[in-house]
Design a protein around this ligand. Structure first.
Ligand code: DGY
Length: 326
């Protein structure tokens, strides 16, 4: 008999095919999150689960799932997991690092360039038929990206991929992490570590790549925005909640910073509607890793994690090694 698993929402046929070689699958094939009570009910007779960011896996979800061995998230971020509760329940938790670095770094750059050069507003203006002829002193002056200072808060693997791309723009790259990166990685990224205050003060483009945790809540609020240059742009490709959206909206409204490119929001998808009235912000719907190839690689990696865990092996991306016997 194959072990029973839950796949909580629609993923790829290729991944289902691979999982079905090892498991009997209870598949929610709709691309919509299961309500919390259904999630808990459908987990209760399973030994494993493939989960998505929209699934809250906590003590309530796990309460009836005494046979569960592993929950495998199709995401690098796992703020949908209550890791302490999962560990307490003796369940392995995994994520999908690595395979989405380049795609997410590309998205960070797309947002950076779009906000610097006002691409989205300009496109809307042209489509609205407002362009009456070329002007030298037009209303579309943007800010230069080349030779500017790129700041990265949270210089993990995606941050490093963002930094490496800056070489083509002849940028100075600074970053802040709690601990410095090894010298060879700093060199490969041509990046210098600075303290958080210098990062805020000196960045022309500040890219946020911190993982979300309660300690990272509102890392960027009114006080931090006040330290940034009036010509600076903020890019958030990490998680909602790292930025205080109200403070950012106020800073953008008063032009205390020049612009922002945002892929993630507090309470997404219920965005603060005040964003919609601002033309100095570019908004995307949490698409950092969204290419088919990358989402497939993420789903396959989650499947590999689950298959390993159910075979009694250590899954490659185990987040809570404490659950394994010593
Ligand atoms: C992640 O992997 O954490 C992304 O936000 C999902 O696309």
């Amino acid at each position: 008999m194959k072990p029973k698993i839950l796949v909580t929402r629609a993923i790829f046929p290729e991944t289902i095919e691979r999982l079905s070689q090892h498991c009997e699958i209870d598949y929610n094939d709709r691309d919509a999150a299961l309500p919390a009570d259904q999630l808990a009910a459908r987990l209760s007779d399973k030994v494993g689960a493939i989960t998505l960011l929209s699934d809250r896996i906590d003590a309530t979800a796990l309460a009836g799932a005494s046979g569960l061995k592993a929950v495998c998230n199709v995401a690098v971020g796992y703020n949908n997991f209550d890791l302490a509760a999962i560990t307490q329940a003796g369940v392995m938790a995994t994520n999908t690092p690595g395979v989405l670095n380049d795609t997410t770094a590309d998205t960070a750059w797309a947002l950076l360039l779009a906000t610097a050069r006002r691409i989205v507003s300009a496109d809307k203006w042209v489509r609205a038929g407002q362009w009456q002829g070329w002007k030298f002193h037009d209303d579309w002056f943007g800010n230069d990206v080349h030779h500017a200072t790129l700041g990265i808060l949270g210089m993990g693997r995606i941050g490093q991929a963002v930094a490496r791309r800056a070489a083509g723009f002849d940028m100075r790259v600074i970053y802040h992490n709690r601990s410095p990166l090894p010298a060879d990685i700093e060199q490969a990224c041509k990046a210098t570590r600075v303290d958080k205050e210098a990062l805020l003060r000196e960045s022309d483009f500040l890219v946020l790549l911190l993982p979300y945790s309660p300690a990272a809540h509102h890392t960027i609020g009114a006080a931090e925005l006040a330290q940034m240059k009036p010509s600076a742009h903020l890019i958030n490709i990490a998680r909602g909640g790292i930025v205080d959206d109200s403070a950012l909206i106020e800073a953008l409204r008063q032009k205390r910073i020049a612009g922002a490119g945002l892929d993630v929001f507090e309470n997404e998808p219920a965005l603060d509607p005040r964003y919609f009235a601002l033309d100095n912000v570019v908004l995307t719907p949490h698409i950092g890793s969204s290419t088919r190839a990358t989402r497939l690689a993420m789903a396959m990696l989650a499947a590999d994690n689950l298959i390993a865990a159910l075979a009694g092996k250590r899954p490659p991306n185990l987040l809570n090694p404490d659950v394994l016997p010593a």
